[in-house]
Ligand binder design. Structure first.
Ligand code: APR
Length: 248
C-alpha cells in the first residue's frame, strides 16, 4: 500500500458519488508548480508586506513598485505549468459537469489545465484594468512596461486582481455562494482558509461532507469528513493515472 492509499480510496468514493461538488482552492494548489504561496514556509507574506504591494493605497502611493512586484510574479508564473492537481480538477469537471471550481489563485493555471467551470475569486494576474475608463484586457507580456497605459484613454492601468480591502466582483461572489449552498461535496484544497469571504463559504454548506487536502491543518480541519496531510498534487496524481476521474 503506498502512502495515503486508504485516504485516496475514501476520496475516490466521495468524489465519485457527488452530483453537485464544489472545490475551493488556494495557493497551495500551485505550490507544486513552483508558484510561491503567501503564508506557508517560503510564503510571499513572509518577505513582503501586503500593505505595500497588494492594496489600493499601495498602488496609489507607488504604482511603479506594485507593478515591479507583479512583473516579478508574472515572471514566476510564466515558467509554471499545471500540476496533477490542476489536471485532476479539469478532468473532474468533464466527469461531473455541474462541478464548480472556486479559486483564490490569480495564476491562470486552471485555465491552462482545461478547467472552464471556474470562478477566479481574486481575479487574474494576466488581466490589466484601466483605472480611468475601467477597460479590461488580457496582457501576457512579461514584463509589462511600467506603468502600463490604457490603449483607449491613456489612463494608468493596474493588475486585474482583487487587493486587500477591495470587494469581490459581485458575479463571482453570487455564483460561488449559490454553488456552495447547493453543493453535496466541498473540496478544500491548498488554502489556509483564513482570508474572507472565501474562508466563510464552507459555513454555507454545513451538511455537505468537506474534504481537505493540505500538508498543514487549518481552521476547517475539525469539521472535515476527510482531512489529508499531503501535498495535493502528489495525492491526486495516481487518480489521474488510473482514469478514476473518467469513471467515478
Ligand atoms: N498542497 C496542498 N496545500 C499546500 C501545498 C501543497 N503542495 N503547499 C502548501 N500548501 C498549503 C499551506 O499549508 C497553506 O495552508 O497551502 C496553503 C496556502 O495558504 P496561503 O499561502 O495563505 O494561500 P491562500 O490560502 O490561497 O491565501 C488566500 O490570501 O494573500 C491573499 O489573495 C491572496 O488568494 C490569496 C489569499
Amino acid at each position: 500500500m503506498n502512502r495515503w492509499e486508504a485516504e485516496r480510496e475514501a476520496f475516490r468514493k466521495l468524489a465519485g458519488a457527488a452530483r453537485a461538488p464544489v472545490a475551493i482552492v488556494g495557493a497551495g494548489l500551485s505550490a507544486e508548480s513552483g508558484v510561491p504561496t503567501f503564508r506557508g514556509p517560503g510564503g510571499l507574506w513572509r518577505s513582503h508586506r501586503p500593505e505595500e504591494l497588494a492594496t489600493p493605497g499601495a498602488f496609489q502611493r507607488d504604482p511603479r513598485l506594485v507593478w515591479e512586484w507583479y512583473n516579478w510574479r508574472r515572471g514566476r508564473v510564466a515558467q509554471a505549468t499545471p500540476n496533477p492537481a490542476h489536471r485532476w480538477l479539469a478532468a473532474y469537471e468533464r466527469q461531473v459537469p455541474s462541478f464548480l471550481l472556486i479559486t483564490q489563485n490569480v495564476d491562470g493555471l486552471h485555465g491552462l489545465a482545461g478547467s472552464r467551470n471556474l470562478v477566479e475569486f481574486h481575479g487574474n494576474l494576466w488581466v490589466v484594468r484601466c483605472t480611468r475608463c475601467g477597460r479590461e484586457r488580457e496582457d501576457r507580456s512579461v514584463p509589462v512596461p511600467v506603468p502600463p497605459r490604457c490603449p483607449d484613454c491613456g489612463g494608468l492601468c493596474r493588475p486585474g486582481v482583487v487587493w486587500f480591502g477591495e470587494a469581490i466582483p459581485r458575479d463571482a461572489l453570487a455564483r460561488s455562494i449559490a454553488a456552495v449552498q447547493a453543493c453535496d461535496l466541498l473540496l478544500v484544497l491548498g488554502t489556509s482558509a483564513v482570508v474572507h469571504p472565501v474562508a466563510g463559504l464552507p459555513d454555507l454548506a454545513p451538511e455537505a461532507p468537506l474534504v481537505e487536502i493540505n500538508p498543514a491543518s487549518t481552521p476547517l480541519t475539525p469539521r472535515a469528513r476527510l482531512s489529508v496531510r499531503a501535498p495535493v498534487g502528489e495525492f491526486l496524481a495516481p487518480l489521474l493515472a488510473d482514469g478514476t476521474e473518467e469513471n467515478g
